[in-house]
Design a protein around this ligand. Structure first.
Ligand code: URA
Ligand code: CA
Length: 434
């Protein structure tokens, strides 16, 4: 088999066989084909697409390129959730203990990553003492005992995806649905998930800006999941404004605690219940989403969800005192109000720009080396559809720097107030099960 022929075949819009896809991934992972040939193939895939079977072959080949986490010692169906990423997305912190509170194992490997705020791991590390390193044995033991643990990635998972992603990044081929879908699903499968719920975000703060693309990405990932024997479904949710009110690491931990105690923001609560009930159903622990949702709502109301969070945090060394008294989480020195310059209705928010403002405060990483300030961020007081009066607080900036004019400018430009009525955007756009 020759790389040249595989490039030529995809260039001409033909369907690659499993052997051809495996050959390219194996040879590339082992440095036996040059970047320029793989770049050409990636561009051909970008332009000609791949069908679901090719995506399955690509996903499987990437899974097999590295370690596969064996969670078979954990009793029950291991269900995982993946979000394509948004602004102020606090869902994992809520969902992991919420779903686990029904006895469903959540063995989650999470990431840090670049972005507006840190990833789930950074957020959790704002709880004093919490550590994300567990040996494989401890990870399995902890999940069997408490039904939940969240750790950093261990082992050499999907090295082919890492190499391909770096190359895509410099060859204008990141934004390809088959490549994104295979990349995401290979990582979920390699980290041991039996069942997967995907949260595909759409809107100004999301990777996908167009509904057609979001639906196509969701369908491709669900098809890959099903064809590889993982019960998978996707929720398409709105990211035209930040999720919840908190954007920032410790601030989002506080927001997650509120939500687990039944007093969180409406949209974050609704998304967690939607995703959570789907997780319960794909794990085979409820017949209908309605039944699953009722049980999750019960566990928020009766305190079990929050107790599971406390147990989870304590098991990984976190200070329970800081969970019970969130003012003990890292606090910024200054809280600066952003006041409305006019009266009217918030008609639009640029979620991406608001996230960028949080990043400038220090909440997120600009490069891999950046140190995050866990205490800083934003608390929104108004969202799309809300009435505001001139001089009223739109949001609070939590900063360790008194000088925030630059951040204020970004924020003023990203919140549009007009003298008209608008409805808040729908939070859940579609459920994709095929
Ligand atoms: N996220 C991923 O994990 N992979 C992609 O290709 C794009 C986004
Ligand atoms: Ca939030």
């Amino acid at each position: 088999m020759r790389m040249y022929n595989i490039i030529e075949k995809k260039r001409d819009g033909k369907v690659l066989t499993e052997e051809e896809v495996r050959f390219f991934i194996e040879e590339y992972t082992n440095n036996r084909v040059p970047d320029y040939q793989v770049s050409a193939l990636l561009m051909a895939i970008y332009l000609q697409q791949m069908n679901d079977s090719e995506c399955v072959h690509l996903t499987n080949a990437m899974v097999d390129s590295g370690d596969i986490i064996d969670l078979s010692q954990i009793d029950g169906v291991k269900v995982d959730k993946h979000s394509t990423g948004g602004v102020g997305d606090t869902t994992t912190l809520v969902l992991a203990p919420l779903v686990a509170s029904l006895g469903i194992p959540v063995a989650k490997m999470s990431g840090r990553g670049l972005g507006h705020t840190g990833g789930t791991l950074d957020k959790l590390e704002s709880i004093p003492g919490f550590h994300i390193e567990l040996t494989n044995d401890d990870f399995i033991r902890t999940v069997n005992q408490n039904k939940v643990a969240v750790i950093g990635q261990t082992g050499n998972l999907t090295p082919a995806d890492k190499k391909l992603y770096s190359l895509r990044d410099v060859t204008a081929t990141v934004n390809s649905i088959p490549l994104i879908a295979s990349s995401i699903m290979s990582k979920k499968i390699a980290s041991g998930a039996d069942a997967i719920v995907l949260d595909v975000k759409i809107g100004s703060g999301a990777f996908m800006k167009e509904m057609n693309d979001a639906v196509q990405l969701a369908k491709t990932m669900v098809a890959i999941g099903k064809k590889t024997g993982r019960n998978t479904m996707a929720v398409i949710s709105d990211m035209n404004q930040p999720l919840g009110c908190a954007i920032g690491n410790a601030l989002e931990v506080k927001e997650a605690i509120d939500t687990l105690q039944g007093k969180g923001p409406k949209d974050l609560t609704e998304l967690c219940l939607t995703l959570g009930s789907q997780m319960v159903v794909v794990a085979g622990k409820a017949k209908t989403v309605e039944e699953a949702r009722t049980r999750l709502e019960e566990n928020i109301a009766n305190g079990k969800a929050f107790q599971t969070f406390q147990t989870f945090i304590a098991a990984q060394g976190g200070d329970i005192n800081a969970i019970d008294n969130p003012e003990k989480l890292p606090q910024a020195s200054y809280q600066i109000e952003l006041l409305a310059k006019s009266s009217g209705t918030v008609v639009q928010m640029d979620a991406n720009a608001i996230g960028t403002a949080a990043m400038h405060l220090g909440a997120g990483r600009v490069t891999k080396e950046t140190e995050i300030d866990l205490s800083v961020g934003l608390i929104l007081h108004k969202k799309i559809g809300d009435q505001v009066k001139e001089g009223e607080t739109l949001l609070k900036i939590h900063s360790n720097d008194r000088q925030v004019d630059y951040v204020k400018d970004i924020l003023y430009n990203s919140i549009i107030i007009e003298d008209s009525q608008v409805e808040p955007p729908p939070l859940i756009h579609q459920l994709i099960t095929i």
